[in-house]
Design a protein around this ligand. Structure first.
Ligand code: GDP
Length: 488
């Protein structure tokens, strides 16, 4: 894939590959031409280097500069090209205490030609050496970030190359169609059957359909990466905060809790049935009801934002006060739609009278105080979330197992690809009808030269190539790899 050949000028990099802080074991990774000599130096030459490839060897580590012992540990040797980065790689497994790790890192940085790795530099080298395409590298980043099982599954599939393979297969089909068109250009004076171009157009038409289906995925894959936003709405004292607290304190459910920028807005990250969700208490909404018409401008702005947040949320959770039931707060009821889960709270004070529904949406009776009905509510919420995430893996027409689009970067490139293909199928300039009829007999499609038609296909193929990193990637590399942690 046009990867730069490994050269002696490549610097050797090292980093702590495991997490920071005390741990049973810490892993230090070295990659580059200096890995072998560094490994030999640090294990004092007692075990010859290179060690047996890909086998763990018990070693004594010491600082070659001072001869001071650092630790007893394991060393592994992965000679190029059979390593994560494609370069010579050495790994040390040492005890995970800060002084041990610092001692080993200090010893390495004192060696000529070695330096600390930048964030994502190991993975970037793996990409540059053709070990993985860009979508796989992104999948690896997502896997490291994954907090729920559904996120992990999606990331793993991407790391294993499923998305890259899909885009590559589309690109190959395009290149084939392009070859047909180019044959038409090269042999235009000769007797080339018109059906060749027609066949190319037919293939492009099919591709446009597949790409359109892939794009029309309700952002399942992207949502799964970032988490689904749920806004809690409801009148004052309905129990919104109590419900959020209840959710937040469920064992193992809470991932993190952050105070938002807006007054009183709390966001809680939860794992709901394997899906990541962010539940936000849009506390500002309650003021809508308290204020009447006389609120001040600042508050009014706060409320507008809160309402905006409620609308922008993927799912709303409307909480009504059971003590007022069957009366419902009109502000909240006005926001209830098909993407709203409705609960009537305070069932411990008495079960709300049927029919349990608001605005055509069924309501569940719960008590945020006693936890009554919460399991049923959570199951219903998880089902809604799963529905919204879709099977994040079934976004391609005709294939339930096709991987999902996971990033805006991919979406933009695919839109660009589709636009170029549509230009190919239906050139706008001087085009009066019949443009979409898959070729026709005219070898200058609707008055356009085959050269121009070929250029559209080339642009489309290039857009696809950018996703996997086949071409034109320099500008996106920094953006992608800087999100990695050091040691990856
Ligand atoms: P918010 O204004 O909607 O956030 O409501 P809060 O969560 O602050 O609750 C308002 C009041 O209702 C508090 O005194 C809570 O203790 C009480 N409360 C909340 N949920 C329940 C419930 O399920 N049962 C009972 N009996 N009281 C509740």
């Amino acid at each position: 894939m046009g990867a730069p050949e490994f050269s002696n000028e490549t610097e050797t990099i090292f980093a702590l590959a495991s997490g920071a802080g005390r741990a049973g074991i810490a892993i230090i990774r070295i990659s580059g031409p200096g890995s072998g000599p560094a490994l030999a130096a640090i294990i004092g030459g007692k075990v010859g280097c290179p060690l047996k490839p890909r086998r763990a060897t018990v070693v004594k580590l010491s600082d070659p500069g001072t001869s001071e012992a650092i630790d007893d540990g394991l060393a592994l040797w992965f000679p190029a090209p059979n390593s994560f980065t494609g370069e010579d790689v050495a790994e040390f497994h040492v005890h995970g205490g800060p002084a041990v790790v610092i001692g080993a890192l200090d010893a390495l940085s004192a060696m000529a030609g070695l330096r600390m790795a930048e964030p994502g530099e190991f993975t970037r080298r793996a990409f540059e050496n053709g070990k993985m395409d860009l979508t796989a590298a992104e999948g690896l980043a997502d896997l490291v970030e994954a907090e729920t099982s559904a996120q992990r599954r999606q990331a793993l599939r991407q790391l294993q190359g499923e998305l890259g393979k899909l885009y590559e297969s589309w690109r190959e089909r395009l290149l084939k169609a392009l070859a047909h068109i180019e044959a038409g250009i090269d042999f235009s004076d000769e007797d080339l059957p018109g059906s060749v171009e027609a066949a190319a157009a037919e293939e492009v038409d099919k591709l446009v359909g597949e790409i359109a289906a892939h794009l029309k995925d309700n952002r399942h894959g992207e949502r799964l990466r970032s988490g689904l936003l749920i806004a809690i709405i409801g009148p004052p004292n309905a129990g919104k905060s109590s419900l959020l607290n209840l959710l937040a304190w469920r064992d193992a459910a809470i991932v993190s809790e952050t105070a938002g920028t807006t007054r009183d807005v709390i966001e809680v990250h939860l794992d709901l049935g394997g899906y990541p969700v962010i539940v936000a208490d849009t506390a500002g909404l309650r003021d809508v009801d308290d204020m009447g018409d006389g609120g001040d401008e600042v508050e009014a702005e706060g409320i507008r934002r809160a309402r905006g947040k409620a609308r922008e949320a993927d799912l709303r959770l409307a909480v009504f006060d059971g003590q007022a039931w069957p009366q419902t707060d009109p502000h909240t009821a006005g926001l209830v739609d098909a993407d709203t889960l409705v609960v009537v709270n305070k069932s411990d004070l008495g079960q709300p009278a049927p029919p349990l529904e608001v605005g055509g949406q069924p309501a569940l009776a719960i008590s945020a105080l006693t936890g009554d009905g919460i399991e049923t509510f959570l199951a219903a919420a998880a089902e809604r979330v799963a529905g919204l995430m879709g099977s994040a893996s079934s976004s391609v027409m005709g294939s339930a197992l096709a991987p999902a689009l996971t990033r805006a970067r991919h979406r933009e490139a695919l839109e660009e690809c589709r636009a170029a293909l549509q230009r190919f199928l239906a050139p706008t300039a001087d085009n009066k009808g019949g443009a979409n009829d898959k070729g026709g007999d005219d070898d200058k499609r609707d008055g356009r030269t085959p050269e121009l038609a070929a250029e559209d296909l080339r642009l489309a193929a290039r857009a696809l190539g950018r996703i996997t990193g086949r071409i034109d990637v320099e500008d996106v590399l920094d953006a992608i790899f800087r999100d990695f942690c050091i040691g990856k």
